[in-house]
Ligand binder design. Structure first.
Ligand code: F6R
Length: 613
């Protein structure tokens, strides 16, 4: 999420910063800015929109003497998390009458309490961001030593950060720091180029230092001094970067889709961070703006969305019925609008959309608002139309999803929907004890996903058996049915294999007529309710010569014996297995598509954001 570039050296900073921002634009592109140290002051330039807008607004930085004389600077391209994508919310953020400027990636979890404290001391905030709080916190500690001020500030911060910071009174000094959000320091001749990922530095140097968590680096020209927050000097290894520029943007992965699949533990961690009260066994969803008293008044949770977001919604429906014993329904957004739905003030409507711009989902939001329902968005892109029109909701914080095929958005949507179901359940009959159990299971999702990612090579091997397929079936029951739908959607989109998903029980009511040795079946057989019956359905498939790939619970010999191939995933309750099994199927689709030579990140006929009906 977001991109950072910083420069200290002998060349003009502005062209290097702007070139770096262009390289990082894939990480976030809703606003951008630079700050350069000039004379004894810092000048900040910020613009809403793409980096090109910023470049246009700055003018002739290539030859303008004032830009040529600035040899120190920081820059940022933003992907909004706190506050809409506006010029004032763009980084760098100034503090101390513009003597300090700071750019930040990550999320400051305790920014509200820090902000109140700073406001009481007289600090005035211009933006809605958590990052500006950090700039003021540094200023509040500044007494002629930027390192001391930054380290004191960072000791007060909960959350994650990658930071670059400069001070008007310390010409030539750049401070960078990291906790949970990467910072790479590129070493050149009498100069240093810092970035949040290597793509912004490799056109200048291939020699780099990667900061560890809780490191602060003091950069002066080509000199880099890394210290702990307590100012103890530490040695970090010098690395040599051998990626091509294209590979660097994808973090070394061949495709954005694969990168995004592998980002899921972190993305889910961000989506649930600060939203679980483990002790009370409930969720904290302040974006909904609803008290427990108001939440119990709803009689139904109605979820609308399209495609992958719709499939995630189906998991939400099951979870709310299971956890909260409350009526849950999921509706295809376009249908919802056109069939004059029965919806009103007793309904909580959640509109799910990664992009926040899907025309059908937006139309459903408007229809639900017009009918008097309370509407909330479950959206990834901050400031998007659905987020704005819904007026309340829960941001996913999954980071930009570039690949057309949605992956991390789905698993984050499901994780957050489980929190919604938990919240609704705790306001009804669910005990604290059960709430604690579910909270812990949700907190465990990132680690479980990580274990599935470690099976990537084994899944690639299994995928080899499906390269020539023309058709496939996906089957599952209960919670595993939406996973079958999502698995089939993913393989269709990126490998162009025709795939259909059924509730396993439905096979016998027609589709079974199509089964033969040329119709492989992917069966979701994770241990849990309905597993035994699905094993029975798998036997029926194999009796008709259909080859079967089972997604099974690790060590389940009974399920394994029923299949031709298996992907084993960790043991977990079915509501968690929805995420875990989906990750396995994402990798499976990816490898089938790769082996078929398909255009994975931009499949034919598709668009990332469907803004037409
Ligand atoms: C599938 C996919 C689409 C989207 C759908 C809704 O991989 O990406 O099915 O899920 O177009 O998009 P959003 O979530 O942006 O509303």
């Amino acid at each position: 999420m977001c991109g950072i570039v910083a420069y200290a050296g002998v060349r003009a900073a502005s062209p290097i910063l702007l070139q770096g921002l262009r390289k990082l634009e894939y990480r976030g592109y809703d606003s951008a800015g630079i700050a350069v140290h000039r004379g004894s002051a810092i000048d900040i330039y910020k613009q809403e929109g793409k980096v090109a807008n910023l470049v246009d607004s700055i003018g002739d930085y290539q030859t303008d003497p004032s830009h040529q004389e600035a040899h120190l600077g920081i820059a940022h391209t933003r992907w909004a998390t706190h506050g809409p994508p506006t010029q004032v919310n763009a980084h760098p953020h100034p503090a101390g009458d513009g003597r300090i400027a700071l750019v930040h990636n990550g999320i400051i979890e305790n920014y509200r309490s820090l902000k109140s404290k700073l406001e009481a001391q007289g600090h005035i905030f211009l933006s809605d961001t958590d990052s500006e709080v950090l700039a003021h916190l540094v200023d509040s500690y500044y007494d002629g030593d930027l390192f001391a001020a930054l380290s004191a500030a960072l000791k007060e911060v909960n959350g994650t950060y990658g930071i670059a910071c400069i001070c008007a009174d310390e010409p030539g000094t750049l401070l960078v720091a990291r906790r949970g959000s990467p910072i790479v320091i590129g070493l050149g001749e009498n100069e240093t180029i810092v970035a949040s990922d290597a793509s912004a530095i490799i056109s200048h140097t291939r020699q780099a230092i990667y900061l560890d968590d809780n490191d602060i680096a003091i950069v002066e020209g080509g000199k880099v001094d890394v210290r702990t927050l307590d100012a103890v000097p530490v040695q970090r290894d010098l690395a040599s970067i051998d990626w091509s520029e294209d590979a660097a943007e994808k973090g070394g992965y061949d495709h954005y889709m694969l990168k995004e699949i592998f980002e899921q533990p972190e993305a889910i961690r961000n989506a649930i961070r600060g939203r679980i009260d483990e002790d009370r066994g409930t969720a904290i969803l302040s974006g909904l703006g609803l008290s427990p008293r108001e939440l119990v008044d709803f009689q139904r949770l109605l979820i609308v969305g399209c495609g992958t977001s719709l499939n995630a919604g189906l998991v939400g429906e099951y979870a709310v019925e299971n956890f909260a014993a409350m009526l849950g329904e999921v509706e295809q957004a376009a249908e919802f609008r056109y069939r004059n739905p029965i919806v009103g003030s007793k309904d909580l409507v959640i509109a799910i959309s990664q992009s926040g711009e899907t025309a059908d989902t937006l139309a459903a939001v408007r229809e639900a608002i017009d009918k008097g329902a309370l509407v909330a968005g479950l959206v990834n892109v901050v400031g998007s139309t659905i987020a704005r029109e819904a007026g309340r909701g829960i941001y996913l914080h999954a980071g930009p999803e570039i690949s057309v095929a949605s992956t991390k958005a789905f698993t984050c949507q499901v994780s957050v929907l489980l929190l919604v179901a938990l919240k609704l359940a705790r306001g009804r009959r669910m005990s604290r004890e059960d709430g604690v159990k579910i909270s812990r299971n949700i907190l465990g999702i990132p680690a479980l996903v990580q274990t599935v990612l470690e099976k990537n090579d084994a899944i690639a091997e299994v995928a080899k058996n499906f390269v020539e397929c023309a058709h496939m079936f996906y089957i599952g029951r209960g919670y595993m049915y939406p996973v079958a739908l999502e698995g089939a959607l993913k393989i269709k989109e990126i490998s162009y294999i025709h795939a259909e998903a059924y509730n396993a029980a439905e096979l016998k009511h027609g589709p079974i007529a199509l089964l033969d040795e040329n119709m492989p079946v992917v069966a979701l057989m994770n241990r849990g309710p309905g597993k035994e019956k699905t094993v029975g359905n798998v036997e029926e498939c194999r009796a008709r010569k259909a080859p079967v790939l089972g997604v099974i619970t690790e060590g389940d010999q009974e399920a394994k014996a029923a299949c031709d191939w298996v992907i084993e995933v960790p043991d977990c309750p079915h509501y968690i297995a929805t995420v875990v099994a989906t990750v396995a199927l994402q990798l499976f689709s990816y490898h089938v598509a790769r082996l078929r030579g398909c255009s994975i990140d931009q499949p034919r006929n598709l668009a990332k954001s469907v803004t037409v009906e």
